[in-house]
Design a protein around this ligand. Structure first.
Ligand SMILES: [Zn+2]
Length: 148
């Protein structure tokens, strides 16, 4: 288990159920790995500290093939290793979403995704975080978003 930050591992941030079931590699480049590290340090560790609980990472980095399989947006921040879908353990998802959204965390985007997980993304390198909060509805391939 290679640690990527204090509480997160590379394995957690690159695991994909579809990838492992279908034998598709999901290996980030050095640049994508650097983004994942930045994501952990900038958002995931502070979110973990703020909520005072472990975060289950449902999806972090996604290769283009995996992103297509899961119905991710073609410009998804997961493709760059800038996003993770998290489930805070011991919180109701909506309460955790509001706690994170109301915090000073420098997220580029936070999305409440159909009561299944919370998408947290950092800004592209050199860009200011937009602090955009959205609520997603629909499903893979037909998501729609409204401001939270
Ligand atoms: Zn996501």
């Amino acid at each position: 288990m290679t640690a990527i930050s204090k509480d997160f591992t590379v394995a957690e941030l690159t695991f994909s159920q579809i990838a492992s079931r279908q034998g598709i590699p999901n290996i980030p480049s050095a640049a994508q790995l650097a983004n994942l590290e930045d994501l952990c340090t900038t958002l995931l560790e502070p979110a973990r500290a703020l909520l005072a609980c472990p975060l289950h990472v449902d999806s972090g980095y996604r290769s283009p093939a995996i992103n297509t399989l899961v119905g991710g947006a073609s410009d998804s921040a997961h493709l760059d290793g800038r996003a993770a879908d998290i489930i805070p353990i011991g919180w109701t998802l909506l309460a955790a979403f509001h706690a994170l959204r109301g915090s000073v965390l420098p997220f580029d985007q936070i999305i409440f995704e159909c009561n299944a997980w919370i998408h947290l993304a950092i800004a592209e390198f050199g860009s200011q975080p937009r602090r955009q909060a959205l609520i997603a509805q629909g499903g893979p391939g037909h998501w729609s978003y409204k401001a939270a």
